[in-house]
Design a binder for this molecule. Sequence first.
Ligand code: HPA
Length: 273
Amino acid sequence: MSEVYDKLKICLESIREKTDFQPETALILGSGLGDYAEEIDVVDTVAYTEIKGFPTSTVAGHKGRFVFGHIGKVPVVIMQGRVHYYEGYPMSDVVLPTRLMGLMGAKKLILTNAAGGVNYDFRPGDFMLITDHIATGVPNPLIGANLDELGVRFPDMSEVYSLRLREIIKAQAQKLGITLQEGVYVQLTGPAYETPAEIRMCRAWGGDAVGMSTACEAMAARHMGMEVCGISCITNLAAGMASQPLDHKEVQETADRVAVQFKTLISGIVDQL
Ligand code: HPA
């Protein structure tokens, strides 16, 4: 058995000593959305620091814990604060929490993030339904001995972001009167924001938004057969597209400004997925 799988099993056992909650849907909350986890009907929480071997997040604005509870009638596990590759963890650790939520029983995964807009039609504060991703700028999370217990060596990635879930999300956004852009998310490593030339590259590749997370988690989830969807909050225009330099404060301020709307959208979709 591989070291990566051993670690997963140790983490799972550690969680199971604290809670036997069985989630149906998993959510990963990006910048600005963290406090959504406190607004649900919470049953249990497990801090990442309580889980043996778990990578603990260092980025400001991200709390580190799993929150278990219900959104409507749906049992969910929320990852309040994610692990980023730029923090220095190996990719296998970055996707470990995603895999753990899958092993806890979650069949569906909702990913959210803050992202820079690469598409000139986007404005800060827009939401973008992720239709596909480009993850060639980061190591593939499935590199290494295949975890046969989870999935196949060469998994299909032709529909990472479920068309079924996308249709539900689009219908719900329309019902709520929330404008939803659609597009391709490009994951790069960060932590530096991109250069204007890199953003032109993203656009030439066919990207609409750029960020430092999500695609790797989506791949790990698909590998193990979870149904995945993702929504980006476009917090800023990417490098070179606006007159002022990029600033993490701007990212957080925009994410905070539209957080209520973002939460409304997510609450509205969970029990329909
Ligand atoms: N680039 C990368 N990641 C981001 C950005 C960006 O412009 N905005 C929010 N996350």
